[in-house]
Design a protein around this ligand. Structure first.
Ligand code: NCD
Length: 336
């Protein structure tokens, strides 16, 4: 199977990846990244490669994990903009396209010695569709690290990797996607990607005003995915293999709501939900986590794998570094 994914070398949305490519190329490579790290075998496959880390939107975790992944493979982060919105020329009215072309000029090396890509732009913005616009004008790969409430494809890949690690497979799983289904780009990317697997059952648990987009629901139904929308997580807590909890996306305009009341339903993970959950279910959260998981009741449960795990099991956050290392090494691999 080709190491290239659809739309290579840009990573814009989760539609680009097939279960076969994920299973045969990405996951084995992520496993190798993990193994190498454990035995201290440092492979510097990105020496001479440069990354621009352009985050217009807020980020700590995602940005750190991209930068750590790149540096671990020997690449250099040559420009990282904190609060790029404030300091970039975009604040002065420059178009995103111009900004990307400028960054390309900085990243592209002399044509004669050009072998493969010399750099990569990791981009986070507040506007849906920005990553696709950036890729249109970019010679160097653009990676979408979140475009407003649009997509966050690398997060979906690491979510699947975490599921694979804990449950041993993805086909046939039941998953509850919980919370702000309108504003959560991680849910959008994960739902699209899971739509490509077989026998998946998805429960979307949210208040009525934050239901999953009609377009995603239609896509899932077209792909023969069993979809159910509901308000009370407790109704399906005993049925699912994966709980995927999300915070209120106040940064995209969602107002905080009461997660435990008559009209909005029940969308919190607490000890009551844990008591109903299967013994081998897992609880995921893309983080940051605010009040949607009762941390003092859930964190120590072995099913909670969003942050830290016991007995050397893979945490969702750590999975992010290995998946991003694997993606970078695929993008820059000379064996295409
Ligand atoms: C998510 C994001 O930014 O979309 N977090 C992340 O990338 N780690 C989720 C969120 O902000 O709630």
């Amino acid at each position: 199977m080709s190491m290239k994914f659809e739309g290579y070398p840009h990573i814009i949305d989760s539609h680009q990846f097939s279960p076969e490519w994920i299973n045969e190329i990405l996951f084995p490579l992520a496993n190798r990244m993990e193994k190498r790290e454990c035995i201290g075998n440092k492979v510097k496959s990105l020496v001479g490669k440069e990354m621009v880390s352009f985050f217009v939107g807020e980020s700590l975790r995602t940005r750190a994990s991209f930068e750590i992944a790149f540096r671990r493979l020997g690449g250099e982060v040559i420009f990282g903009s904190e609060a790029a919105r404030k300091f970039s020329s975009m604040a002065k009215g420059e178009s995103l396209e111009d900004t990307i072309v400028v960054l390309n000029e900085y990243l592209m090396k002399c044509n004669e010695s050009f072998d493969g890509y010399s750099g990569v732009i990791v981009l986070r913005t507040d506007q849906e569709g920005d990553a696709a616009r950036a890729a249109e004008v970019s010679q160097v790969p653009v990676i979408n690290a979140g475009d407003g409430p649009g997509q966050h494809p690398t997060q979906a890949l690491l979510d699947l990797y975490t599921i694979q690690k804990h449950l041993g497979g993805i086909n046939g799983i039941s998953i509850a996607m919980i919370g702000d289904l309108v504003g959560s780009r991680t849910i959008h990317s994960l739902a699209y990607l899971l739509g490509k697997y077989s026998d998946v059952k998805m429960y979307f648990v949210s208040p009525e005003h934050l239901q999953i987009r009609a377009g995603i629901k239609e896509y899932l139904l077209r792909h023969n995915i069993a979809v159910q929308e509901l308000r009370d997580l407790r109704e399906v807590a005993g049925l699912v293999d994966v709980f995927y909890q999300t915070r209120t996306q106040t940064n995209f305009g969602t107002e905080k709501w009461d997660r435990k009341d008559e009209t909005n339903g029940f969308t919190i993970i607490d000890k009551e939900v844990l008591s109903l959950a299967k013994k081998n279910a897992i609880i995921l959260h893309p983080l940051p986590c605010t009040d949607e998981i009762i941390r003092e009741e859930v964190d120590e449960d072995p099913r909670a794998v969003y942050l830290k795990t016991k007995n050397g099991k893979m945490s969702q956050v750590r999975a992010g570094v290995y998946i991003r290392q694997a993606l970078f090494s695929l993008i820059f691999s000379s064996e295409q």
